[in-house]
Design a protein. Sequence first.
Lengths: 311, 393, 246
Amino acid sequence: MISVENLSKQYGATTVVDGVSMVIERNSITVIVGTSGSGKSTLLRMINRLIEPTRGRVLIDGHDTTGEPAHLLRRRIGYAIQGHGLFPHRTVAENIATVPRLLGWDEARIRARVEELLLVFQLDPGAYAGAFPHQLSGGQQQRVGVARALAAEPAVLLMDEPFGALDPIIRAKAQDDLLDIQRRFGTTIVLVTHDMDEAFRLGDHVAVMSHGRLLQYDRPAVLLTRPADPFVSRMTGVSDRAMRLLSLTTAGEAALPGVSEGPAVAAAASLREVLSELLWRGADSAVVMDADGTRRGYLTIAAILERGRPG
Amino acid sequence: MSVRTALTVPRLRRLDPLGALLAGAGAVAAVFLPFVVLKSNRIVPGDPRGLLDALPAWGALGCQAVLICAAIAALGVSNARVRLGAALLGVAAVALAVAAAGDALTPAGNKVVRVAPGAGFWVLLMCLGLMATDAVTRMRPGPGLRVLFLALSIVVAGLALAHGTFDHLSVMREYAVNADRFAREARQHVWLALGSLAAAVLVALPIGILCHRVPRLRSGVLGTLNVIQTIPAIALFGILMVPLAALAAAVPLAAALGIRGIGAAPAAVALFLYSLLPIAANTVAGLKRVPRAAVEAARGMGMTSWQILTGIELILALPVILTGIRIVLVQNIGMVTVAALIGGGGLGTFVFQGIGQTAIDLVLLGAIPIVALAFSAAVVLDALAEVLDRARQ
Amino acid sequence: MPGMAAILRLAALALLLGFLLMPQSFAPLFTPLTQYGAPPIYDQGNLLTLALAHLGVVCCAAAASTLVAVGLGILVTRPSGAQFLPLSRTLVNIGQTFPPVAVLAVTVPLVGFGEKPTLIALFAYGLLPIFENTIVGLQTCPPQVLEAASGMGMSARQRLLSVELPLALPLILEGIRLSLVINVGTATIGSTVAAKGLGEVIIAGLLSNNNAFILQGGLVTGLMAILLYDALAGLERRICRTAHLE
């Protein structure tokens, strides 16, 4: 659990982050979203003390982060940034091994961990361990960047626009991978982005920032249905907020018990996708199937529309 | 908040680290090293004299007072103007002190006794010079101001020399003996440096443009010029003596024009050859820096290739080309010195004669003007390049 | 083309070594340049010894310049030393504006004749390229890479040693190469103040009007400079390749 208490950062007369307090739950993904200059990156960088706060403090599992030298703190916290920041003069394996080496792990353990991570990130260790960053594609570089951040099994992973440099298709894949990784390792992830779709797709909780202040910090559905501020509703988008709301629920969660006619849809698909499928096919109802092929239940257009209304 | 600020007692500021170093070195030099050296003639080793032994009491005390003020400014004053003022006052004080020591220690009418500035003087001058340099760098003066500052320094130094302030110092004694030759060799020095530069600009500029337009030529041409640069200056001077001697022997007109194997001709040719690479390479680099869009737009508006070159590309490349010219000029001023070894004249004549006779005063008579020339050239051309670069943006 | 370059390189090296080890076998080539039966090959000292002494002085000076210039470059690119950047730059520039002959001339009375004045002159003259390249190399490290290094918990020292310096290495090496090559030529003037080196051969030629000596000294120095330039450029390319920079 990360507690941010009344955190502020001032440069001279300008206040970049202004009295932000928030509690980030363990084993969840929290997305901080805002326009450029909103202070979101500064807030993130104060958590691992790349920037020292002017006022306020950060507690990780109850311990004040100023209780140890900043560089030792950072070795316990994963950090991934836009454009990956891989060391161009080191191989993929050496890049991933950076923090374990700093922590003095023995070589056998490092080798095992590097191999494990490469497999998790769908990179064949035989082909990629000895490769240099410039020999990889953009998506692969980004995956190595995240693998490197996770190498020392940090409980907390901070990510600053990690997918900003990727094209839309690779980005969607990277986002799915991140959700898988989070489930697998149970890492507490704090991610900064300016992309609201990304925030809704990834975040268990979303924090909206503007001009250094935290405007609202809640579950995505609450942000849509009860925005605390005109800026928040502008950020979340008025014109397609019903569709956004539908995209937050999966067919499996909304499935009604019973049997019905109609095309089969996956339980993992969002209601938005199911609605689109039904409209396209001209059908009224769909059968919800689990990944293993068993029936979960059914959905009708009316039932889906019901979920697209606030309250 | 305001109450707290008002109540805060001003703490002693941290000592300036560079100032501490300079003040320390200066103090050691002032106390332990000889300020001047008194020699019974121009070649024998001399008798070291401290500041107090060399000057009347009031003069020594005055000089020391100014130096202590400069040291205090170096240690604790952060205002760059004050630091510069203090450093310049210090320079004036040690210069006047060394001149006064020359007057005081030279028996009236004696032309053999030499009073030379000692290690203490040189170290003090270096410390004060560094302090002034540091202050000027902190003030970040514009190009105009830098040239003005240089001009003022030249005027002050010129007035002091014309007035005869330093006439009793050993270097000026050497000058008095060699005054006619000095003027001639100085002219020759400047002439060789500038003449070879001008010729090199005329040749290297077209070479650079050609290399830019025809990339195939680039590595070959620049590589060849690079090889020329690796030949040591003395050797190139020497090697050129052979063909030029042959030319003079074979073509009477060449001999009539003053071309011969020994003397200024091989030096001029060698300097010209050395100058080609920096100018050509910088022309290529400068032209490469010209935005493609500007050239495309000019072509789109119907300018001819020649109009684009003279009206756009060369204008935009000028600051980089000028940087090349600055490198060449400073390099040439230094290298002309070596020309003295093959009878090419220039201020190097005094340097090598001095080394040969172990007469350090004669060495300094050549070396000090060479250094002053090189610095002045660097300051002026740097300023010019900066002005052009600013105008460009 | 690379085959051609390798052949040229080997030929130059063979020529240099052949001349230094068996100078007398080149005598017929140089005889036409001499007059009145003067010796065609330098006979007042061993050419190989002189070449090695020459190289020794140049390398010592380059080592000192490298140590000071890289150290200074590192200092002024740290936040704590940034205030010294303008002054250091000015001083290093002055080092190259001061003509080496003038440095020789004024240091002789302080340290005496011999190798020392040459070392000082070459040291001061060679600082600039190394210093400037060190600074450019350190300042142009990709900011994301530095950010990632700090973000992962490297201390300032670890970041400097394992990220910044390796990334700046090719540029630093280039600076050392430029400095070395300038100084191989410049070192010949050291012989005017009795430093051992190839300048001795050239000056002997100038004094005795023996063109063969002048040409020998010049050619050996030039060949050494070119081979050194070429070898260091090769080393840089190799480091870039193995480190996969650019």
